[in-house]
Ligand binder design. Sequence first.
Ligand SMILES: Cc1ncc(COP(=O)(O)O)c(C=O)c1O
Length: 362
Amino acid sequence: MTDALAAVLPRVAERVPRVRLGDWPTPIDSLAGLGRADLFTKREDLSAQAYGGNKVRPLETMLAWYVHRGAERVYATGAWGSNQALATAVHARRVGLDAGALLFPQPASPSAALNLRALLSVGADVQLLPTIALFPAAAARAALLGRLRSGRDVVMAPGAATPRGAIGHLTAALEVALAVHEGRLPAPRHVVLPVGSTCTSAGLLAGFAAAAHLGLGFTDGPPLVHAVRVTPWPVTADFRILGLAARTAALIEELGGPPSPSPAALRARLRTSSAFLGRGYGRRTPAGDEATAAFAAAGGPRLDCTYSAKAAAYLLHTMPSLEGPILFWSTKSSPPLPPTHPEAVADAPARARRWLARGLVD
Ligand SMILES: Cc1ncc(COP(=O)(O)O)c(C=O)c1O
């Protein structure tokens, strides 16, 4: 099993604490069933049997960092149906950390409700805020209490969107470069993915730039990253994606990797779109539903209405105007969710139980 970071940037790999949580490399499959022979998908949805999708890679670096710093409990942050919170709760215990989650409400949907039900069952300290307005104060309070406990509680940024988290996704970009280099994949000219916290998009931008600089895989330059907004601007503003990509590249350079690309070089490889967000985060769209059906008919990975369906809708709409091989980044975890414990769900606040009931019949 290849560890792409160790294979391509061994000095960096030696200096970044990481724990192994996923099954790497994730497969790259054809999506030719959607009518185009040069359409592929990177199966990040298969990153870990225990659950996780695209959340596993940043957890490998973040959880290792927290253990290294002597933390005992990690709080994930996000919406009530957060994949990040569930993935953190599932994987933290594998490295000896307790888990918590600070969550703000989102529209009820089946995938969000299933996630929260599983999260409540996993046994984390789940704090369900009644409104997003309380989120900044709750996160600041938890961070302060953590510091008062001598750093034993730590609060992770939403989506682990920090340079250290993005190194996980940079590693995925290096996996793609290795696949191209070894002749297993034609060099993608376009990579399409949902952008929620910016961590994945930023890490990929930095990783593709690093691979191209090293002459690995992308001899015609790095692919264009199409980041399809599933959370609104300014959360996913271009400057935030590019800023995180630049800070990730700078950290890699500092750790012995290739020189950072210029801001203009990074900017030239990013295209964002808000056109498939619909009425907002977590809200299902007709175009997303159509894309979900098209993927199912073509034997592609299963999509979820909050994230991957919106990116897939963009893909289907934009594909006819794109030249050269395309790689769709499949982000929503495919393996079965952790088991539900009805008594843990019964203890949830009444508002959360009503929300779960709405989502599960949706
Ligand atoms: C299934 C899924 N896809 C895509 C994303 C977006 O990734 P990122 O937060 O790294 O922008 C997320 C996270 O929010 C997610 O859970």
